[in-house]
Ligand binder design. Structure first.
Ligand code: MG
Length: 280
């Protein structure tokens, strides 16, 4: 009996030592991760973020984009009789990106500017968990219109799968109709959206693709230079405002990263931005 008691005491002491060790180590690791996030000066993003939050012009551009979405669905309804039978029989769908297309994350961008933080997953996930992103102007009305016409809306985003429930909750509370695990399609492994678009196109006829990033529309824009992106946009000029609808986002995006990628020097990003400016 006595030996059992000693064994129990020994076990408790040992487990307390072990757990103290792991708590200390993991706290130290968390501290290390936190101190690894170096502060940065994001002031160059202030104007773009204010444009999104304060410019009535920004809101007008969004309403304009969704107006053309509605017009495209109306026109498609009238002209779909001319399509081949296999296409005509498929139910219709609209594919929209989420961030800066139907949900506004400018408060998260503003937080990064104020606190001098670079984009990092810890803060990004924390913002997503708040479920506080507001709808982009005109987006909810457009989604409801699509639904009223029997058009399925797919939300194809590069948010991570761990953010799925928070994203679904946020979309629902912002007023989007018909939100489910099936039509909120997040990133699994790769960031390209082409396989996800193709999977939707097997069952649906995609009438419109909407996004703030050209990669939301087609893979022809991926991994291209500024000049190549310009050329591709020119090639698709009959699609803008109908099959392809773009939302304004000057805060961040492929348009920005391509500037850094094109400049092969070892200069910092702020130098690369300045060097990319076209002068008289
Ligand atoms: Mg986006």
């Amino acid at each position: 009996m006595k030996s059992k008691k000693y064994l129990l005491t020994f076990g408790l002491v040992l487990s307390s030592i072990v757990s103290t060790y792991f708590v200390t180590v993991s706290t130290a690791q968390q501290g290390a991760t936190q101190t690894q996030i170096q502060t940065v000066n994001n002031d160059y993003q202030i104007n773009a973020t204010l444009f999104m939050q304060k410019a009535a012009e920004y809101r007008a551009l969004c309403f304009q984009a969704f107006y053309w979405g509605k017009r495209t669905l109306e026109d498609d309804e009238k002209s779909s009789g001319k399509l081949p039978k296999t296409e005509r029989r498929k139910p219709r769908a609209v594919v929209v990106d989420i961030d800066e297309t139907v949900l506004d994350n400018s408060p998260a961008q503003a937080f990064g500017i104020k606190n001098k933080l670079p984009f990092n997953l810890k803060d990004w996930y924390a913002w997503g968990e708040m479920r506080k992103a507001k709808a982009i102007p005109g987006a909810v009305e457009f989604a409801n219109y699509a639904k009223s016409k029997g058009v399925r809306v797919f939300y194809v985003s590069n948010r991570d799968e761990v953010q799925k429930q928070a994203t679904i909750d946020n979309l629902k509370s912002a007023g989007f109709p018909d939100i489910s695990a099936e039509n909120v399609v997040l990133r699994q492994t790769e960031s390209t959206k082409e396989p996800r678009r193709n999977a939707i196109a097997e069952k649906y006829r995609i009438v419109i693709l909407m996004g703030d990033n050209l990669n939301d529309l087609s893979d022809v824009y991926e991994r291209k230079s500024v000049a190549e992106r310009f050329a591709e946009v020119e090639k698709a000029k009959d699609f803008w405002g109908n099959k392809f609808i773009v939302l304004p986002n000057a805060m961040y995006g492929e348009w920005e990263s391509v500037i850094y990628r094109d400049d092969k020097t070892k200069a910092t990003n702020d130098v690369k931005r300045a060097n990319a400016l076209e002068l008289p």
